[in-house]
Write a protein that binds this ligand. Structure first.
Ligand code: SF4
Length: 390
């Protein structure tokens, strides 16, 4: 989708989905277009948030811990391993023009140290548990604990990788590790486990049962802090969720494999909404999103597409852009002058089409500023949607 830093290309071809995984099944219900691009590993067009990147670091540490790779290590050694995984994650981020200004992650996440200590404490606890649950003489063949367990239905329609399967006297327990918050507000003001996490675990249960012929006795979400929490389930519900997910995948593939023009396919697959699109890394290249946003509403992300009128360097050294968006003129102040931070701004001249994403309100309907996730693209297609106020 991107030919170079700051330049947009038309959307890539849509590829049919393979076996549906529990995480993709949940994503399909939110926006099938996003899931299709995610499954084909289309390059992200917006930054990954530092919190999400740190979550990947924490998950990797927990995974190594569950696999027994940290057995017998002191907290200091586990902390050193955290540093190593973090360093690699930051090197990855530094290679991307979208993300490099967000490293080091410690500078972008206010409670970085708290998150780090929680992840190390959970990894230490898991390492102890993994040591205890190894079989005779430390044999993994007889371990009562397996991590990163690949599972698939016999017909290949669904597959995934379970974080951990723990054998107990009552039967297998399926565990899913989460590095972020696991609760959301439920009925009567009660906190309950996030619906997406519950559905994922139920889908894992159905796939596991289809593969092994054995149903798990318990499904658990394991947070970084606190005890594992059980997700109640019935076999009928799990089977129904799996059947729905496969049917949804098949519908999506029928659209992708049809003879319709790509724009029509994208439109059929997309489910634009303020909450879903706000966290979508493909927004800049998504025409259905651009067509859906409503002017003068406060729930959509603050993005703008327009013609560059003027680019000015202020006394502070920061830049001020003036864009014409439909018949309005908007101003975006305080932009970093660094060409590597905003290559599109650096490359554009008056008259070019520019698209701006993740702006911050500057205190009025036509005044905006840069935030840490603000990104500009030279836009070959003039979408010319009005700016959305915050
Ligand atoms: S921007 Fe919105 S509609 Fe487009 S792919 Fe992302 S979530 Fe779907």
């Amino acid at each position: 989708m991107s030919v170079g830093p700051g330049f947009l290309e038309p959307a890539p071809p849509l590829r049919a989905l393979g076996p549906v995984s529990p995480s993709h099944a949940v994503g399909l219900t939110l926006c099938a277009l996003r899931e299709v691009w995610t499954a084909s590993r289309a390059p992200h067009l917006l930054p990954l948030t530092p919190a999400a990147r740190l979550g990947i670091v924490a998950h990797r540490l927990l995974e190594e811990s569950g696999r027994g790779l940290l057995n017998g290590l002191t907290s200091d050694r586990i902390s050193a391993r955290w540093d190593e995984i973090l360093r690699r994650a930051e090197e990855d981020a530094s290679r991307s023009w979208l993300d490099r200004h967000l490293v080091p992650l410690a500078g972008s996440i206010p409670d970085f140290e708290v998150r780090k200590l929680r992840a190390i404490a959970r990894a230490s606890a898991l390492a102890n548990e993994a040591t205890r649950t190894l079989g005779e003489g430390g044999s993994r063949a007889h371990a009562t604990w397996r991590v990163e367990v690949p599972v698939a239905t016999p017909d290949g329609s669904a597959a995934g990788r379970i974080d951990a399967v723990v054998r107990t006297l009552d039967g297998p327990v399926i565990r899913d590790y989460k590095s972020g918050a696991i609760h959301e507000a439920g009925g009567a003001g009660q906190l309950e486990i996030k619906g997406a996490f519950s559905v994922q675990l139920k889908l894992y249960a159905a796939i596991y049962a289809a593969m092994t012929g054995t149903w798990p006795v318990r499904l658990e979400v394991v947070p970084l802090v606190g005890a594992p929490e059980s997700v109640p389930f019935s076999r009928e519900e799990c089977v129904r969720l799996l059947s729905d997910a496969v049917r949804h995948r098949d519908q999506v593939n029928r659209i992708i494999e049809s003879e319709a023009p790509i724009a029509m396919k994208m439109s059929c697959l997309a489910s634009p909404s303020p909450s879903t699109c706000a966290f979508c890394p493909y927004r800049p290249g998504c025409r259905p999103y651009t067509d859906a946003i409503k002017p003068n509403t406060d729930s959509w992300p603050i993005d703008a597409r327009g013609r560059l009128v003027e680019k000015k360097t202020l006394g502070s050294g920061r830049e001020l852009l003036t864009l014409e968006v439909h018949s309005s003129t908007i101003r975006i102040r305080g932009l970093s002058p660094s060409p590597s931070r905003h290559p599109a701004v650096n490359a554009s001249v008056a008259g070019d089409n520019l698209a701006a994403f993740n702006l911050r309100s500057g205190g009025g309907q036509t005044s905006f500023t840069e935030g840490p996730f603000t990104v500009f693209y030279v836009d070959p297609d003039q979408y010319s949607q009005p700016l959305q106020p915050q």
